[in-house]
Design a protein around this ligand. Structure first.
Ligand code: GTP
Length: 208
């Protein structure tokens, strides 16, 4: 990997407290997951370089900012997205309010305050908890299409869709016209469920 020539891109994860922003980043950077972690206060940084075979091995260095979802930190959070190249809006599929918040608050904040060419992603997180789903994939995907965002069902817990999420937004950074056709959520057999993680079986049908 030609890290020296990597294009640096500031990426920021936004969304309500508890949707899983910190866990998504920990999974992407370290391939780890913790069940009980402290709520983020302020913001924290992590970096990872990814090579894109689709673009002749070009590399992107994601400079990832994890922001605090709690309302009291909103003014501070703005500092991180006002000059970002990528914004990933995260909601928890088991909490409808968290989806309403990305639609009614975070998306508008990005439109109003972030660079106009910012690449958007939506992470429909906690897809391992599909039994308690409160927002259908269809509804969320429709919103993603409307705003031109890369959409992925993700689970930091089972490591589903996260690599693909960063790959998807990275491809759009390298080519704004890129159409994402490598979506594991379109093939539901690819989603590993929490209760199946241990015996490594994959669910055949009806997930998410
Ligand atoms: P703030 O820092 O308060 O903004 O929250 P956050 O969005 O960073 O959420 P965080 O990553 O701290 O995760 C909140 C809780 O959700 C933790 O208990 C995680 O273990 C849990 N969690 C995160 N991702 C997943 C997931 O994909 N599946 C399941 N089942 N739980 C998850």
């Amino acid at each position: 990997m030609d890290e020296g020539n990597a294009k640096s891109v500031k990426a920021v994860l936004l969304g309500e407290s508890g949707v899983g922003k910190t866990c998504i980043i920990a999974r992407f950077i370290n391939n780890t997951f913790e069940n009980n972690i402290m709520s983020t206060t302020g913001a924290s940084y992590a970096g990872k370089t990814v090579a894109f075979d689709e673009f002749g091995g070009k590399c992107i260095k994601f400079e990832i900012w994890d922001t605090a979802g709690q309302e009291k930190y909103r003014a501070l959070t703005k500092i991180f997205y006002k000059d970002a190249g990528v914004a990933i809006l995260v909601y928890d599929i088991t909490r409808r309010e968290s989806f309403e918040e990305i639609k009614n608050y975070w998306y508008h904040q990005i439109k109003d305050c972030a660079p106009p060419n910012i690449v958007l992603g939506i992470a429909a997180n906690k897809c391992d908890l599909y039994d308690n789903e409160q927002v259908s994939e269809e509804e969320a995907r429709k919103f993603a299409d409307e705003i031109g965002a890369v959409f992925k069902l993700t689970s930091a817990s089972t490591n589903t869709g996260i690599e693909e999420l960063f790959k998807g937004v990275g491809c759009k950074v390298l080519d704004p016209n890129y159409v994402d056709d490598n979506d594991p959520s379109k093939n539901k057999d690819n989603i590993v469920l929490n209760d199946e993680k241990d015996n490594k079986n994959k669910k055949k049908k009806g997930c998410c």
